[in-house]
Design a protein around this ligand. Structure first.
Ligand code: URA
Length: 431
């Protein structure tokens, strides 16, 4: 087939800070998906976009072209409204686990088509695979059936959804072109719009453990995504939330499932509970259900009932004991003082090095590896008090995990003024 464009011209346009035409965008995404545009050419274009950016109209067109590269799900046949949440990824971010059943317990269907973790941020599917028997893969009929019967489904996004993004995201990951607002916004929103949810809440993380380290960058990303969703007819709002220290008390697959179950049982760390409730209020409102206090269904066990049904529907045993690591080491305070540093990125990298995450897509993860955090920033501690417990199946990993934490988790002399974590929700963005 004769190609409409020459890819070198497309790269040159963006290299020289020009605007890509609609036609160029449609073609280059389609040709890349078909394998006509090579990885090295797309890598050059991604780097040119990284450096020179894209105008709003280019981002919209790029997103639509990625949606058009694959299938679109259709939930219009369900008897209930749909609402979904997407997080830009953080350390200890297990919120999907309690949130999906909580929202479903109010009669809203939650289709969570998720991915696996890469790098220091954990993947939702890796966490759930720590539950004995649980299976991530479902076909479209299975997804619809569980949404109708149970209300919430967390499963692997099928290969048919935005395949252009699957290829491009893997390429960006190995060419230092991930942290770019037009590329992140179009990547996330193409998948979410193709997924077909009626409303969407974005949890945009800010801080050391997030892609966006600065508030202003994160806000610009949130505004771009909210606009893309709104233009596509999806009711979209974003919360900007703190990721300077880990979320909750655990980072690692089985450890995070355990903490999520605590939240579903009406307990759990206050920051995890606060964020779960804040996101649930937004998801319910997006589906037309206002005036609800979601804390109620955490207290009365209704969210827990949906969790158990959701896990069982995918072959998991929600009552089976979770696996535990055969090897642990603790890190203790070397002197009396106050916890001054508890850096999210360092804890995420330590959990990853212990075996909770993967370096390459095809690597396995350890279900039991991770970090347990025993303190919060600003807390007074005594010499010898436990700060962290490291968990792994392979004890030779301890040294590299400790190295990641060096100088990043620390105790300052008693009386040092340390800012406690502010409220977890920093801002809200809507169209
Ligand atoms: N998550 C995505 O799906 N895409 C990105 O580009 C970044 C985070």
């Amino acid at each position: 087939m004769t190609e409409q464009h020459d890819v070198v011209d497309v790269i040159r346009t963006k290299r020289d800070n020009g605007r890509l035409s609609d036609d160029q965008i449609d073609w280059v995404i389609d040709a890349y998906t078909r394998g006509v545009v090579a990885d090295e050419q797309m890598a050059a274009l991604a780097m040119a976009i990284f450096i020179n950016g894209m105008e709003r109209e280019e981002i919209v067109r790029w997103t639509n072209a990625m949606i058009a590269s694959g299938e679109r799900m259709d939930f219009s046949g369900l008897s209930k409204p749909t609402s979904d949440k997407h997080s830009t990824g953080g350390v200890g971010d297990k919120i999907t686990l309690p949130l999906a059943p909580l929202v479903a317990s109010y009669g809203v269907a939650v289709p969570q088509l998720s991915g696996r973790g890469l790098g220091h941020t954990g993947g939702t599917l890796d966490k759930l695979e720590a539950i004995p028997g649980w299976q991530a893969d479902l076909d479209n009929a299975g997804i619809l059936r569980i949404l109708e019967d149970v209300g919430a489904v967390i499963c692997a996004a099928g290969a048919g959804l935005a395949p252009a993004d699957k290829k491009l995201y893997a390429l960006r990951d190995i060419t230092a072109t991930v942290e770019c607002i037009p590329l992140i916004a179009s990547s996330i929103m193409s998948k979410k719009i193709a997924e077909g949810t009626g409303s969407l809440v974005l949890d945009v993380k800010v801080g050391s453990g997030a892609f966006m380290k600065q508030f202003d960058q994160a806000k610009a990303l949130a505004q771009t995504m909210v606009q893309l969703g709104t233009d596509a007819g999806v009711h979209t709002v974003a919360l900007l939330t703190d990721m300077s220290t880990p979320l909750g008390k655990t980072a690692g697959n089985a450890l995070e499932v355990r903490e999520s179950v605590e939240v579903l049982a009406g307990g759990g760390p206050s920051d995890v509970v606060e964020l779960t409730i804040a996101l649930a209020v937004e998801m319910l409102a997006g589906a037309g259900k206002t005036g609800i206090d979601p804390a109620e269904n955490l207290r009365n066990g209704k969210a827990m009932d949906v969790w158990k049904a959701m896990i069982a529907a995918q072959g998991g045993d929600p009552d089976a004991p979770l696996p535990e690591a055969p090897h642990t080491e603790t890190i203790e305070a070397e002197a009396d003082g106050v916890v001054a540093d508890l850096d999210a990125l360092a804890v995420g990298v330590a959990a990853w090095r212990l075996g909770a995450g993967r370096g390459r897509k095809e690597d396995p993860v350890q279900a039991t590896a991770g970090v347990e955090v025993h303190v919060v920033q600003g807390q007074p501690v005594r010499k010898g008090q436990k700060l962290l417990t490291l968990h792994t199946e392979t004890p030779e990993r301890f040294a590299r995990a400790r190295a990641a934490l060096e100088g990043k988790v620390g105790v300052a002399p008693p009386g040092t003024a340390v800012k406690a974590r502010p409220s977890i929700v920093l801002d809200r963005v809507e169209a």
